[in-house]
Design a binder for this molecule. Sequence first.
Ligand code: SF4
Length: 92
Amino acid sequence: MAEPIAALRFCAWCPNLCRSAWPESGAQREAATPSALSALALMLAEKRVRPDASVSAALGDTAMAEACRPACPYGYDIPAAVAAVAGADHAG
Ligand code: SF4
């Protein structure tokens, strides 16, 4: 789990340098950027938010993070890091 957490910590404070990979025609949803997902996943991992339906729905909205993943200059796979945290949480 250390590796996903480290990625989330870094990404949560990144100004979404990968965002250029998201098409202009796509809906711009600030809650779905990689850094926003990372911040929420980190809060979940640190038990600062409850794992309720709204959190699960937000963390499952990975279309933007998936599209931006190849453009991350740091090589992070944020959808995988989010899934690791969300899966660990759901596991108990
Ligand atoms: S995926 Fe990479 S470039 Fe995009 S916000 Fe996270 S750290 Fe920054």
